[in-house]
Design a protein around this ligand. Structure first.
Ligand SMILES: [Zn+2]
Ligand SMILES: [Zn+2]
Length: 367
């Protein structure tokens, strides 16, 4: 039972995409109150992930305007009647959405959810409704749409976090950092002493570098064209950095590993880099790719390609683990973050596009 009819309406501010490629405009909208199984979160901060920028650039002219954002962190303002374990005042980080009912969700692999696409990219609830309908704008991006002062989430994409940590720092755990670290720790289960190369040392790649150091991978090779990010990769645990703009990646990896690498994370999304990744693998090696589909594809020899979504992480298990590693000083992801005011959202996106900011985080309200 849900209480659609008598749901109250909240006035919110949200960054709305009405033009392909942006800019986003901060507008006043009306958001329905939470249904019985939903939680209204007052957002304190949100990260900007490369998927937000990709969506912005690939939004169809003529489609309904949308609110993006999927790395929210905030305080529970109101919890629906049937929501368990979360109450008003709790601090939470928001992550991706899943249905909770399909066989993959029930087996503990929500990134493989049969409804993953609709739940995260459908801009509606799974029943087809839209809590921003009065404003003619679509929300529910990744079950949140966090470029806003308030978002509706559910217990499935919300993770309670300790009160003594700054929410604005924790925001980016919900997607990019979880994906990078989860790929190393959950999807590939990289063992101590394995060799790994990371193509693209943005937020996902640097999270992977830190996770690779934690699990004892060696060597850890960062590949990028941005010298500042390569320098940061070395500081965070990479043993080698290769600048792809003027160095020969294949021969350097062959020399460092003595015959090919065990794992490559191909995060750039560039076809040539994927080809290169398959060429630098040793005969039992795996390339992880991030094209929005899971599954394995065999390559010549015993090599394979593995599709990754959200690092095969169950947010309620993995995000607390990353927070504990952060508190222990082993996962210093705050080094990647640069803060902006909510009103500076377009500047933050521009800086991320140029590679000047690794992980922009927007400050939305006081904790
Ligand atoms: Zn599911
Ligand atoms: Zn993301």
């Amino acid at each position: 039972m849900t209480n659609h009819a008598d749901a109250q309406v909240h006035k919110i501010q949200a960054a709305v995409l009405r033009t392909k490629g942006g800019p986003l405009n901060i507008e006043s909208l009306e958001l329905e109150g939470p249904r019985d199984d939903e939680v209204l979160v007052r957002l304190v901060a949100t990260g900007i992930c490369r998927t937000d920028i990709h969506m912005c650039d690939h939004w169809d002219e003529g489609a309904d305007p949308v609110v993006l954002g999927h790395e929210g962190a905030g305080v529970v303002a109101q919890a629906g009647k049937s929501v368990k374990g979360v109450r008003r005042g709790d601090r939470v980080v928001l992550s991706y959405q899943s249905c909770g009912r399909c066989r993959h969700c029930r087996r503990g692999h929500p990134p493989d959810c049969e409804h993953f696409y609709e739940a995260n990219f459908g801009f509606r609830r799974l029943d087809g409704s839209n809590a921003l309908h009065r404003s003619g704008v679509r929300g529910h991006f990744f079950g949140q749409s966090s470029f806003a002062t308030h978002a509706l989430a559910t217990a499935r994409n919300l993770v309670k976090v300790p009160k003594d940590l700054r929410l604005e720092v924790l925001a980016p755990l919900g997607c990019g950092l979880q994906t990078g670290a989860g790929t190393v720790m959950n999807s590939l289960k990289v063992a101590s002493g394995s060799s790994i190369a990371i193509f693209g040392t943005g937020a996902v790649g640097l999270a992977a570098v830190m996770a690779a150091r934690i699990v004892g991978a060696d060597p850890i090779i960062g590949v990028d064209i941005n010298p500042v990010r390569l320098e940061l990769a070395l500081e965070l645990g990479a043993t080698h950095a290769i600048d792809n703009s003027h160095e020969a990646v294949a021969s350097r990896i062959a020399a460092i590993t003595g015959g090919g690498v065990d794992y490559v994370l191909e995060i750039t999304g560039n076809r040539k880099m994927y080809q290169l990744a398959t060429e630098v693998l040793n005969p039992r090696g795996t390339v992880a790719i991030f094209t929005g589909a899971t599954g394995t594809k065999s390559l010549p020899g015993g090599r394979k390609t593995l599709g990754i979504i959200e690092g095969d992480a169950v947010p309620q298990l993995f995000i607390p683990k990353l927070i504990a590693l952060y508190q222990a000083g082993q996962f210093p992801f705050d080094r990647l973050v640069k803060f902006y005011d909510f009103s500076e959202i377009n500047q933050a996106i521009a800086d991320a596009r140029r590679g000047e900011t690794v992980k922009p985080v927007l400050r939305i309200s006081e904790p």
